[in-house]
Design a protein around this ligand. Structure first.
Ligand SMILES: Cc1cc2nc3c(=O)[nH]c(=O)nc-3n(C[C@H](O)[C@H](O)[C@H](O)COP(=O)(O)O)c2cc1C
Length: 279
């Protein structure tokens, strides 16, 4: 199920501009008298009316405190208070107002959250992360990520892939040093995962393993966890160290952890540059 929160407005044009310009929302659906705006999983509808709805609180939440501070700098003039921690709800927040007096709240949760990302954000915002916070990943989050990985496609549904989580510091260092700069990101994270395939279970070990690895990367990102494909880890020394049989395929060994920073999107081609005309 999906949903939209609608509000009546006396100034459709002005309020639409405010939410699009100041809060970075996109026009998701234009119904002329109602404009429906979207950002991430937040969908708000504003409809032209002779009266306005002012009740309730529209809460924007971010993954980091710094982002809340950034929003405070932007909305300082309409802010009702400075950002502060609210121990009762374990959040960091401040309140402000939109141009029609609706309460806006900007916050970050200081505790773990269940996934809330929408598909577009999942696909467009995943990045190769090369620096990580020193924060252990809770067991239930790891379990949830691996649970989602049950649904990766495989040749003839062979389900030939398996994952080797690595937390041992010496082993992580070993992996990180295998390929110099290219493998260094493994050494930055609190853990790594090797994505492997038992070739006896499938006719397509490479495809099964590569897809399972990308599936893991998306499942991790759904929880705000970073990964990075480290190439050429299907090596004798890596397999030896991890106790993986030499005839198994290692798609990659990815670092896994909470990003210290999320890199900007490297330049991307336009779709028309890689989609050929229909034949
Ligand atoms: C097959 C493959 C091999 C890669 N090898 C490495 C690597 O060895 N080290 C690394 O830091 N990044 C590696 N990457 C990550 C790419 O550099 C990255 O995906 C690309 O720059 C686009 O950035 P993005 O993933 O943030 O969108 C690899 C990615 C792929 C798909």
């Amino acid at each position: 199920m999906s949903g939209i929160n609608f509000f009546r407005t006396e100034d459709l044009e002005g309020i639409t501009e405010f939410y699009m310009e100041e809060l970075d929302m996109d026009l998701w659906l234009d119904q002329e008298y109602c404009k429906i705006l979207k950002h991430g999983n937040m969908i708000l509808g504003f409809c032209e009316s002779e009266t306005k709805d002012e009740g309730g609180t529209i809460t924007f939440f971010y993954s980091r405190k710094e982002k809340v501070d950034e929003m405070y700098e932007k909305f300082k003039s309409s802010a009702r208070d400075e950002p502060s921690e609210n121990e009762r709800f374990d959040i960091y927040q401040f309140f402000a107002e939109d141009p029609e007096g609706r309460t806006l709240e900007f916050q970050t949760f200081l505790h773990q959250l269940k996934p809330y990302m929408d598909g577009e954000e999942l696909l467009k915002k995943r990045r190769s992360v090369r620096s990580y916070r020193h924060k252990k990943i809770p067991k239930n989050i790891l379990e949830d990520i691996f649970e989602n990985c049950r649904y990766a496609p495989t040749s003839k549904n062979s389900q030939s892939y398996y994952f080797v989580p690595i937390e041992d510091e010496e082993m992580i260092r070993f992996m990180a040093e295998r390929r110099g700069r290219n493998s260094a990101p493994i050494g930055e994270a609190p853990m790594a995962v090797a994505i492997c395939v038992d070739h006896k279970k499938t006719g397509r070990p490479k495809q099964d393993g590569d897809i399972a690895a990308y599936h893991l990367m998306l499942a991790a990102w759904l929880h705000g966890l970073g990964t990075c494909w480290i190439a050429a880890m299907d090596r004798e020394d890596v397999k030896d160290k991890l106790g993986i049989p030499q005839d198994h395929y290692v798609a990659t060994v990815t670092p896994l952890g909470y990003p210290k920073e999320i890199p900007e999107v490297p330049e991307r081609k336009e779709a028309e540059d890689f989609v050929e005309s229909i034949r």
